[in-house]
Design a protein around this ligand. Structure first.
Ligand code: SF4
Length: 966
């Protein structure tokens, strides 16, 4: 079954195949890690992603997920997250039934309660008192009906999306510059460019397959240059010819400086400016005024002036330039100006809309773009039409046959949760997202939901921080069950297809919305029996009264049959109708209504072969090549961007900049990637990364715990000094939630300041301080079964093969060590012969284990020092029978096989290659022992880096470290 990855905005095509061999291989998996110490070339037996089955201990399905060699986004490439998708399938951790206040309920009761609750509150307090908060994880069809219900029938624009948190500034910047939210280019442009500028984007980790495409293009054409503009020295710098470690928040200065430089050096395209743009004079005047002197500019940006000039010179002298930007630019209180300062440079030089050039927004989520298309944001209508535009309102209202349409934008994400906190919004329906973790000032968001009159959550995961606050829980389809379309960063619409039956009573999001709409009395306008019918209406609306006035036009995809929709090939919008003609209004709905429920999902439907009677439709790779933009006068706008510092300044109490972001192998709030043992091995705990000197000054020791404190909250993580961070800055990952760690939610620390135009929060710049988090003891539990949240000072849980691992730390002594241990290990009554316990008085190390037959059920180690038994060895004991010597080893706290742990059980540091499960020390040893010189040689000996390639930057960093040590 051909489908699309549910993670990042690259939107890779995948091939899902039943894998009957996966079950028999699973037993081998845990012990099959490649080690140079034990292995010879080719000795590694761990299966790669193309042959690896699901690893979750309770997964019922066995599927192999491989990259689609024909999908134009990835052409057969994949990253570590996509390669591990099979690990996340199955009913484990899924929300299986509707619930009302924690009790199982029927669909009918739950849906009626939602509909009646929303209608009552809207009646009593006005439609502004209810809201939807949706997600870039939804499919376009889900998004479409949610937006239609809220804006067209409830009559208020209070629907916003978590995409507000990652790319709203790009949307606002596009609209200001181009007159419509349009990404002008395509991925191929990165390969054709002679200069690729990556601004505020750790592409190697956040858009890995696009990074692979850039890296391969650069390898083919070494003259191609890559410049990375990022305060951190990230994995992306691996291919950079130049890294500019910009001072956080000074991007507008830098790009204003570039604009002024381009004008001064004669790089402006005067003909293009005169014919196709306006605003150049004002933008240039502002740039000259604020950033013309190179030396002071370099000082403001914290950069070396020679390197800054090198970048300016490179940009000025290269015609084919792509400037890609992502959350490092967007997530700022000046995010929209940052975006426009980048676009200004491309407009000034006319480098837009042609092969190998243009500004390019990299979207974070798989369907952030699809959400924008249907108007999933509070300040948009549908099909790229605008709420404040009366003509647009008329088109949409007429098309929807809706009783009302809002005249003004609704509340954007941060304002929405503030309105809930203030009691102005009394009912909220949250779909497929976890705002209690991901919003800024996240503790306040949690407070808001805790006091909200009606909280509805529809999700595929049973236990999330947000679901814990819901009055009504509605089980939604997960990836593999979902059926519809998504749009990636290059405007490419792809089918996400179902290949699994739904878990429990889960239903599609679009069905849930339509059933609520029907119970509200709007069934006639929500008659859909399948996502195909919704997509058809969406396509027809995009073409309604369009006549070229809106670029988002997929009228060419209207009227597809169900079979044609199922066989839809990836295509970039616009996809216009071959011949203009009147757009049909929706069919009279009642005749099509079918609310029989589950039969509509048709989850395991086979896909028609691609050769079957396909309609002809042609997409559009690049836009604006003709110099015609979407403002009424057809001209693009250069925007005068006056630089300003971030909303909150540093001071003596909070002297450091907190930066937040993603790591390579986790996605969002870990509700799905957290289920994969191999993904969790890369970085298993929340961490606090800072400069070595800052750590020394703060009294923080790498490997021990550290706390970040801001005005809004605090978090605790394992301290590290990766060498990626400049003095005065601290980085913490965005993923950890309260279900898997006691104090790891970085959202709780982040300032709620937002960009005044886009409403996007400043997630990259919060004043902070770092301090040691002192504890009296450390512990580790490895358990076959989850043990719940341990009642200790700090803990973090991680999925391992065959069970869970818990890292613990505490203040004071555990009250009664034996009782506490038995409680943690799940021993209800008197201990039996399978219970082992030993307290080493000399070293004050406590060890306990519970064994049933020849199976280790759980073990616990507690020590005053952070050094505890090898985690990988402990984990391996869950995956094989326990021998007599293992019992002794468990009490000794170390393996007893002479040379140490057997191959695959030795603790060789964090995993670097997830596909072949090769660890850092294994690679380092192999480099030293065999004098390996490059990643290719490492791959030939260990296979590391030879599958998805996501770990190649880390392998090269290890090679560089070994070379510098020589
Ligand atoms: Fe999925 Fe990785 Fe492709 Fe992103 S780059 S869509 S996470 S496979």
């Amino acid at each position: 079954m051909k489908t699309t990855c549910p993670y990042c905005g690259v939107g890779c095509g995948l091939d899902a195949q039943p894998d009957p061999a996966a079950g028999s291989r699973e037993k081998q998996r845990a012990g099959e890690r490649c080690t140079a110490e034990a292995g010879t070339p080719g000795a590694c037996t761990a299966a790669g992603p193309e042959a690896t089955g699901p690893a979750g201990p309770t997964d019922a399905a066995r599927w192999a997920i491989a990259p689609d060699p024909h999908h134009p986004a990835n052409f057969g490439r994949i990253c570590s997250k996509g390669a591990a998708l099979a690990d996340t399938l199955g009913a484990d951790g899924r929300l299986l039934h509707p619930q009302i206040r924690g009790e199982r309920a029927s669909w009918d009761r739950a849906l009626s309660l939602v509909a009646e609750g929303f209608m009552r509150i809207a009646r009593e307090h006005g439609p502004e008192a209810v809201a939807l908060y949706v997600s870039g994880q939804l499919l376009t069809e889900d998004y479409y009906v949610a937006n239609k219900l809220m804006k067209g029938f409830i009559g208020c624009a209070n629907i916003d999306t978590n995409s507000r948190l990652c790319m709203a500034s790009a949307v606002a910047g596009h609209r200001r510059a181009f007159g419509e939210d349009v990404v002008p280019g395509c991925y191929e442009d990165f390969e054709l460019a002679d200069l690729v500028v990556l601004a505020g984007s750790n592409t190697a980790w956040c858009h890995p397959v696009l990074y692979q495409r850039i890296a391969e293009a650069k390898a083919r054409r070494p003259q191609m240059k890559v410049v990375v503009i990022d305060p951190r020295r990230t994995a992306t710098c691996d291919i950079a010819d130049l890294h500019l470690p910009i001072r956080p928040g000074t991007d507008v200065w830098l790009f204003n400086g570039l604009l002024a430089y381009l004008e001064r050096t004669g790089s402006a395209d005067k003909d293009f400016l005169a014919a196709h743009t306006s605003g150049a004079a004002e933008a240039l005047a502002t740039a000259e005024e604020t950033a013309s002197d190179l030396f002071s500019l370099a000082s403001v940006c914290g950069l070396d002036d020679a390197r800054l000039e090198e970048f300016f010179c490179l940009f000025a002298n290269t015609q084919r330039v792509v400037t890609a930007f992502s959350q490092g630019v967007n997530q700022s209180s000046a995010g929209t100006d940052k975006v426009n300062s980048i676009i200004n440079c491309h407009l000034l030089t006319g480098r837009i809309g042609q092969p190998g050039m243009g500004p390019f927004s990299l979207t974070g989520q798989p369907n952030a773009m699809g959400g924008r298309e249907v108007g999933g944001m509070a300040n948009m209508l549908a099909a790229h039409m605008e709420i404040e535009n009366e003509a647009h309102r008329r088109i949409v209202q007429r098309f929807w046959e809706s009783p009302c349409i809002p005249h003004r934008p609704g509340l954007k994400a941060v304002d929405l949760f503030e309105a809930i906190h203030a009691g102005r919004v009394k009912a909220i329906w949250i779909m497929a997202t976890n705002p209690v973790v991901s919003l800024p000032d996240a503790d306040r968001a949690r407070e808001a939901l805790a006091c909200c009159e009606l909280v509805v959550v529809s999700d595929c995961a049973a236990d999330t921080d947000t679901a814990r606050l819901a009055h009504v829980l509605l089980p939604a389809h997960a990836w593999g069950e979902k059926d519809g379309t998504v749009t990636n960063s290059e405007r490419r619409i792809s089918r996400q297809r179902a290949f699994l039956p739904p878990a429990g009573e889960a239903m599609p999001d679009w069905w849930i919305v339509c059933e609520v709409a029907r119970r509200m009395g709007f069934g006639g306008q929500f008659p859909y029996r399948s996502p195909h019918e919704i997509f058809d209406e969406h396509a027809r609306l995009s073409a309604a009264e369009n006549e070229g006035t809106r670029l988002f036009d997929i009228g060419g995809l209207a009227g597809l049959t169900r079979e044609e929709y199922d066989a839809l090939e990836p295509v970039q919008w616009p996809v216009r109708r071959p011949m203009a003609g009147p757009v049909r209004l929706p069919e009279s709905s009642a005749a099509r209504a079918d609310h029989s429920g589950r039969a509509t999902a048709s989850p395991c439907r086979a896909i028609a072969p691609t050769g079957a009677a396909r309609p002809s439709y042609a997409g559009t790779a690049r836009l604006f090549g003709d110099g015609r933009f979407m403002h009424p006068d057809g001209r693009a706008r250069l925007i005068a961007t006056r630089p300003r510092m971030p909303a909150h300044a540093l001071d003596e109490t909070f002297p450091m900049v907190l930066n937040t972001g993603r790591i390579r192998d986790q996605w969002h709030t870990m509700t799905r990637t957290g289920r994969s043992a191999r993904l969790s091995e890369h970085i298993p705990e929340p961490f606090v990364d800072l400069h070595g000197q800052d750590a020394l000054l703060a009294g923080v020791r790498p490997g021990e715990l550290a706390r970040i404190v801001t005005r809004w909250g605090s978090m605790i993580g394992r301290a590290r000094t990766s060498g990626e961070i400049a003095r005065g800055q601290v980085f913490a990952p965005m993923h950890w939630n309260a279900v898997v760690a006691s104090e790891g939610r970085v959202g709780a620390l982040v300032s709620p300041a937002v960009d005044p135009v886009s409403g996007e929060p400043e997630l990259k710049h919060t004043p902070a301080r770092v301090e040691p988090f002192l504890v009296d003891w450390y512990g580790v539990v490895v358990s076959r079964r989850p043990i719940g949240a341990p009642a200790v000072t700090w803990w973090a849980a991680v999925r391992i093969d065959g069970g869970m691992r818990y890292e613990l730390a505490g203040r004071g002594a555990p009250p009664d060590r034996t009782q506490w241990a038995r409680h943690l290990l799940g021993i209800a009554g008197a201990a039996d012969e399978g219970y082992l316990e030993y307290f080493d008085e000399g070293s004050a190390v406590y060890r306990a284990a519970r064994i049933a037959g020849d199976r280790l059920e759980a073990c616990l180690y507690v020590s005053r020092r952070p050094e505890l038994p090898q985690r990988r060895w402990l984990a391996s004991l869950l995956t094989r029978p326990i021998a007599e010597r293992d019992r002794v080893a468990l009490l000794a706290g170390r393996p007893l096989d002479g040379a140490g742990a057997s191959a695959g059980e030795r603790d060789d540091g964090p995993l670097v290659c997830s596909c072949f499960r090769v660890s850092r020390e294994t690679i380092t040893r192999a480099i030293e022992r065999h004098a390996l010189r490059d990643a290719r040689e490492v791959g030939a000996r260990l296979r590391a880096g030879t599958s998805c390639g996501s770990c190649l930057p880390e392998i090269r960093a290890l090679l560089a470290a070994a070379a510098s040590a020589d």
